[in-house]
Write a protein that binds this ligand. Sequence first.
Ligand code: SF4
Ligand code: SF4
Length: 404
Amino acid sequence: MTITELLSLALFAAVGAWLLLSRWPKMGWLPAATLALTAWVLSLAPLVWGAFLLLAALMVLTSALVTLPPPALKRVDQWRGYAQGACALSFGAIACQYALHVMQLWDGVPWIARPDLVDGFLPIAAGIQLQAWLVEGYWDSHHPAGVILLLLTLLASLGVKRAFCGWVCPLGWLGERLYQLRRSLWPARLTPPPWLDWPLRSIKYLLLGSIVALVLSLGGKGSVGFLQGQYHQAADLKMWTLFASPTLVTALCVVLVVVIMALRRGALCRYLCPYGAWLAIGGLLSPFKVRRNPQRCLKEARGMACDKCTRACPAGIPVDRRGTVHSDECNSCQRCVSACPVKGAVTSCLPGHRLPLSPQALALWLMVVMLVLPFLLHGAGMWQSGTDPELRTLLLNNLNFLGH
Ligand code: SF4
Ligand code: SF4
């Protein structure tokens, strides 16, 4: 992993350690497991992780003497906002590093390393890699982080539905900023009527279906052949030039997406993103769902005309009229939970209102899946791209001549 990836991960790991240690008496073995893991990843980057280990040791020492307060965030969606902001910051730093890496590549072998996280932006390649692995047992060494992230986001959604969209995705963060900006200039709430909303929501599934159809059309052997070709080896560079030197069509598409994001909160996830569709499918299988407890809800328990949870929901889900939210558009943003005046009347939990997810638990689940597992795979040598930097330079200088 490169320095920006490591610093980003260290930031989240420090917050994770704080979460764990502030709940030390309740969490039992988890802080010890965190420290054991930290000791293991120390071998990956001694300087960065040495500093982190020292910090963690100091925190353990402090927590033994005084009780660490939990981070002072009262509302669940505050946690979400900060988590998504921190992720956007990390992705921004990683994008800058990648830009510098590519600039240096034009002149030869760069000394700024390539952050492998950029492979996460190659969903079609990841699908082909997955098929080659499942059907032919072929593991692609050029962009392995792409297929790993594809599987990890699915794993995350099996636990916490589309929380990746609401808590991690930098495009979700950007969409929220654009939406807020548009509302400050033009305050109207723009929601398409249901007859239009439904077909628009189908677009992301059509895009995902097209990618799946394209991948399946290659078959196992075709996938392996594609992955061994130079077009695939240069896939990230192709993607980069697509946005760094956009054609008129690309520029118009980007403008259209920006306008759509500004018009409606969460519009990119709701209408266009095939990753959102992928996570929605995984989320349908998740046992954790937003559930309303009629014994606590003011509507049933006291006969009051409350609908605060519904009004808070950016996905337009009528939470106050649902016992359990099964909607594929729920991204676990927890705004309904924050808006509810009664503690425990609406929560993300298992059937029977068991195990309600605290924001700490939700954030920790995402950290474990999106940070800890990549560390383990990095240690096993499965995360890093094996493409030779000299080959990358060659590919970049001949990008226009590469076909599939
Ligand atoms: S029901 Fe709506 S407000 Fe509640 S977590 Fe899901 S998307 Fe967010
Ligand atoms: S905001 Fe809370 S009390 Fe009001 S309807 Fe929703 S779950 Fe019930």
